[in-house]
Design a protein around this ligand. Structure first.
Ligand code: AMP
Length: 208
């Protein structure tokens, strides 16, 4: 099963991807996570990627497509994958089309005001990648899964969040039309479980 999660940054794609990965045993491929990993390694490429990310701009298509292409050719992608944060532009979608057939595109929908609220309070575990929120009940600043202190991503600061939403509107939202023949739309207004329930039913039917 080859899936794309489409939606604005902060709409809940990563959280949803983790649930799908667990139940359907296909890897989550997040270009953002891959870029952050490169950036943390401090190579020349990594530093360049970091400068794009920190300002909320998109990494150029050529670089992004090459990295994605290498990733999906790995063995663990043989039975499918979930793309989280790719494609983000029409040229990326065209490049993907020439590589493989996507079964379904899940559009995660949330109002921008709610996204801004969620993103500026989002916290991430540097160790296991778990996502939490400083406004959620029981938040302690430490990862609920492994106890590591959580951090705020540099690009989750308010000004960068606004830039990222503008970039989404301009470059990524046109993909809703591009994939109109295979789109499944879900609202992420509720809890992660409420968001996941209809997606799970949809994907189970898709598998049969
Ligand atoms: P994310 O974690 O998906 O929000 O991505 C964080 C940042 O990585 C984005 O703001 C972009 O700078 C960069 N990025 C991630 N995926 C892509 C992509 N498909 N195309 C271009 N830039 C990307």
């Amino acid at each position: 099963m080859k899936l794309i999660l489409l939606g604005a940054p902060g709409s809940g794609k990563g959280t949803l991807a983790k649930k799908i990965t667990k139940d359907f045993e296909i890897p989550q491929i997040s270009t953002g996570d891959m870029f952050r990993q490169f950036a943390s390694e401090g190579s020349e490429l990594g530093l360049k990627l970091k400068s794009y990310m920190d300002s909320g701009k998109l990494v150029p298509d050529e670089v992004t497509i090459e990295i994605l292409k290498a990733r999906i050719s790995k063995d663990d992608c043989k039975n499918g994958f979930i793309l989280d944060g790719f494609p983000r532009t029409v040229p990326q979608a065209e490049a993907l089309k020439s590589l493989c057939e996507i079964d379904s595109v899940i559009l995660v929908d949330l109002a921008f005001e709610e996204i801004i609220k969620r993103l500026v309070s989002r916290r991430v575990c540097p160790s296991c990648g778990d996502i939490d929120n400083s406004e959620y009940e029981g938040y302690t600043g430490k990862c609920r899964k492994c106890g590591t202190p959580l951090y705020q991503r540099d690009d989750d600061k308010l000004e960068t969040v606004k830039n990222r939403l503008e970039v989404y509107e301009k470059n990524t939202a046109p993909l809703i039309n591009f994939y109109s023949d295979r789109l499944f739309k879900v609202s992420s207004k509720g809890t992660p479980e409420e968001t996941y329930a209809p997606v799970k039913t949809f994907l189970s039917n898709l598998e049969d």
